[in-house]
Write a protein that binds this ligand. Structure first.
Ligand code: UN1
Length: 495
């Protein structure tokens, strides 16, 4: 019998009110059921929001250094259980163990950052226009945060959102992706064990249509943080506009790596292989386009195809696997569709292109790492997010043209340029339209203490990570203290 999991509402583990459940299966072996989880609905969301609202009234009064102490404890517990969580994560979403360990480590780093932020949460003091008057701006918590997260970073992304939310004094209703409910459950278990009071974090499992939309539309939820597709992000924005909620959206990408003719080609090769096929291409930051200088095109392509064909597909729990499966059937289908589209558009398929069915792979959602060359910037495979192991290679000449090609997309999350010319590097830093630019490093690998997010339709202007995320989870309050003992009219009424 598969293990049965529950929602966490007001500190108690409970079934969905309807009693319905859904199964979570291993994408490397779909015969293996990881567990069954509550298929919740609006009525479960209502309970969770009620609990979060009641908890907020007490939690907001806990000094933030004390909240930080709990964050430190959460970090310590994540360290202690890192290996166990990584294994469960691989079992439910497929990426290889080294990467699921990295995902947990990102959660640990975020916890320790939040712990220290408890002793900062700086405001500002400024001089007043008037004598005997003190002026400052302080941060205050906002209320109940709805947290809706994807399956590709089932630990890191929930921690990016919930740790700063809770450290700032808010409470959370958390809906994890239905492909990764197991990792999410381990995370909230740890958060409770570290000493969070009942109701500060609540988890409601289920689908986006039922649970996600109920959270976004709820009158008593004050803010929403969502990571996922641009299509769903737009829908969330519409629903949330009815209650004028604060919404942070981290959405699609079509990230590119530029390789100039002066680049260290071996370095650029390692970079593009990791960026394009790490996490089976299923990162928001994944390298989906390679913009390759014509002078090194043929040489680099033969190096790239050779190494790509040697990548070992397999169950992420096995030590020699380098690329895991796609997360589910529909994701693999999308990849297959784009392989067809690329061929119809006239791009040249030079590696992969097929689902992988050899031996043990036949029971999982595996797809070969795939490369198209001779892609032109107007093709759909050069413009649309695929979210799988597919790389489109575009021929380029100089740095200005390369940046123009890179910017030719509705997205703008991550970007990279390999060059040994400092002038070209700085031109790229200035002119690339994206939230993240790497010089001589791949498009993946953002660090937890820097701003994370994108421009254009990758998001709506907010940033996660580092100090910047605290702007999203707090409201600024301006405070004036007049100690003159008489009515002082403000400068505008008195000048
Ligand atoms: C994501 O794919 O949504 O920069 C997050 C990276 C990771 C985070 C990726 N630190 O690749």
């Amino acid at each position: 019998m598969p293990q049965k999991f529950q929602n966490l509402i007001n500190g108690k583990w409970v079934d969905a009110k309807s009693g319905k459940t859904f199964e979570n299966r291993n994408p490397a072996n779909w015969n293996e059921v990881v567990g069954t989880f509550p298929k919740s609905g609006k009525e479960d969301v209502d309970e969770a929001v009620k609990a979060a609202r009641a908890a907020f009234e007490k939690w907001r009064l806990v000094p933030s250094p004390k909240r930080g102490d709990i964050m430190r404890k959460i970090g310590d517990l994540l360290v202690a259980r890192k290996e166990e969580i990584a294994r469960e994560m691989t079992r439910e979403m497929g990426k290889v163990l080294d990467e699921t360990r990295g995902d947990v480590q990102e959660g640990i780093d975020t916890a320790y950052y939040a712990a220290t932020e408890g002793r900062r949460l700086f405001g500002h003091t400024v001089p007043s226009e008037l004598p005997n008057k003190f002026a400052m701006a302080i941060r205050v918590p906002i209320g109940v945060a709805g947290i809706i997260t994807p399956w590709n970073f089932p630990m890191a992304i929930p921690t990016w959102k919930m740790f700063p939310a809770i450290l700032s004094g808010n409470t959370c209703v958390f809906k994890p992706a239905s492909d990764t409910p197991r990792t999410a459950t381990m995370l909230v278990e740890i958060m409770m064990e570290a000493g969070l009071p009942a109701g500060v974090v609540n988890i409601v499992h289920g689908g986006g249509g039922e649970v996600g939309n109920a959270i976004v539309g709820h009158q008593d939820v004050d803010l929403i943080s969502f990571t996922g597709s641009t299509g769903i992000g737009k829908n969330i924005s519409k629903i949330a506009s009815d209650t004028l909620k604060r919404v942070s959206l981290e959405l699609g990408g079509k990230n590119a790596q530029i390789v100039m003719d002066d680049a260290d080609l071996d370095l650029a090769l390692d970079g593009v292989l990791w960026g394009a096929f790490g996490t089976t291409g299923q990162r928001c930051t994944a390298t989906s386009r390679l913009i390759l200088h014509e002078k090194v095109y043929d040489k680099f392509m033969s190096m790239l195809v050779d190494r790509t064909n040697k990548l070992k597909l397999g169950d992420g729990l096995l030590a020699d696997s380098q690329v895991g499966p796609c997360v589910n059937e529909s994701q693999r289908k999308t990849v297959q569709e784009y392989v067809q589209i690329g061929q119809q558009e006239g791009a040249k398929l030079v590696a992969g292109g097929k689902i992988a069915t050899d031996g043990a792979l036949s029971n999982g959602w595996f797809h070969q790492p795939t490369i198209f060359s001779e892609v032109t910037p107007e093709m759909r495979i050069a413009k649309e997010e695929i979210f799988g192991p597919v790389l489109s290679v575009i021929r380029t000449t100089d740095v200005t043209e390369s940046i123009k090609i890179l910017n030719n997309t509705i997205y703008g999350l991550s970007s990279s340029i390999y060059t040994r010319d400092i002038n070209k590097a700085f031109q790229a830093i200035r002119d690339i339209q994206s939230g993240i630019t790497y010089i001589n490093a791949p498009t993946i690998g953002a660090e937890a203490h820097l701003p994370f997010g994108g421009v254009k339709q990758t998001g709506n202007g907010h940033r996660e990570g580092g100090w910047t995320v605290y702007d999203f989870y707090t409201e600024w309050k301006a405070v004036y203290v007049d100690y003159s003992g008489s009515l002082q009219r403000a400068q505008i009424d008195n000048y």
